[in-house]
Ligand binder design. Structure first.
Ligand code: SF4
Ligand code: SF4
Length: 83
């Protein structure tokens, strides 16, 4: 008998489009980024993507502005700015 664990897997925009209610957005300084990808790993809405150059790219259509990516960045390459 097949058995599967009840795991929750994040998917891009799982909680829907953000719309206009976000108050702050993350801004990435690429000259500081060391490409550790912790922001990609910790974003709860999977809205941090990695492009072909290995740069992190935030999809603002879905980003909720929670600031977790900014908090986990070890080199402060992501700052939260007002909308
Ligand atoms: S602010 Fe939150 S939702 Fe937006 S990219 Fe950062 S961790 Fe993801
Ligand atoms: S957490 Fe910071 S240093 Fe790491 S990939 Fe994201 S922006 Fe770059």
């Amino acid at each position: 008998m097949a058995y599967s664990l009840p795991l929750s897997k994040p998917s891009i925009g799982a909680s829907g489009l953000t719309g206009y209610w976000r108050l702050r957005r993350p801004s990435v300084s690429y000259d500081k980024c060391i490409k550790c990808y912790l922001c990609w790993l910790y974003c709860p809405d999977s809205t941090v993507d990695i492009n072909e150059r290995g740069d992190v790219v935030i999809d603002y259509k879905y980003c909720k502005g929670c600031g977790i990516c900014s908090n986990v960045c070890p080199v402060k390459a992501i700052v939260m700015v007002d909308e």
